[in-house]
Design a protein around this ligand. Structure first.
Ligand SMILES: [Zn+2]
Length: 178
């Protein structure tokens, strides 16, 4: 999970960034970036965080969400290359689409956040709804990919290559090692 405070990609399960010590929340609790946004809003209200820094953090988050949506699209394209029948591809695509939609509405909600804070109940409800959608869709996808992994093994497909995490892009050495 990206630390919105320093931009470090935090690999631990939380709750603090191992680079700058900022609160990032717990990776596994399904709340995603919302705890960091709450900390940001409170920090702004108390004057501990400047609007400029807030703007930077919100841009980091928008960028991260855009990257995730792009990653979902790449996965979708990767699926098209597999030798699965239409039903299997359609099923997996049907599970991925809600995540993409959830991430996209989360990004849209974050876009509306004023860098001076005071985001109000309505915006928080919007953030909450989008995050809940992402979380629930993610859980559905996990179950489904476990099922489809069985088909993949039968067909000699390396499912991990299809769902290769985006980090591989920054580590070309690792990608070339095979
Ligand atoms: Zn950090």
């Amino acid at each position: 999970m990206l630390c919105l405070s320093c931009g470090h990609d935090e690999q631990s399960l939380g709750p603090a960034c191992s680079d700058c010590g900022s609160y990032v929340g717990y990776v596994a609790d399904g709340r995603g970036y919302l705890p960091q946004l709450k900390v940001l809003e409170v920090g702004l209200a108390e004057g501990r965080i400047t609007p400029e820094e807030s703007e930077q953090r919100l841009q980091r988050l928008t960028g991260a969400l855009e990257a995730l949506v792009g990653y979902m699209d790449e996965c979708g394209q990767g699926l098209m290359t597999l030798q699965w029948d239409n039903v299997q591809q359609g099923t997996l695509g049907g599970f991925m689409m809600p995540i993409r939609e959830g991430l996209d509405s989360l990004r849209a909600a974050v876009d509306q956040l004023d860098s001076h804070g005071e985001w109000g109940d309505e915006l928080w409800a919007e953030l909450d709804a989008a995050q809940t959608k992402v979380h629930q869709a993610n859980e559905g996808l996990t179950v489904l990919t476990q099922t489809l992994a069985g088909y993949a093994v039968e067909q000699g497909v390396d499912l991990e290559k299809v769902f290769d995490p985006p980090e591989s892009e920054v580590e070309p050495e690792a990608a070339n090692a095979e």
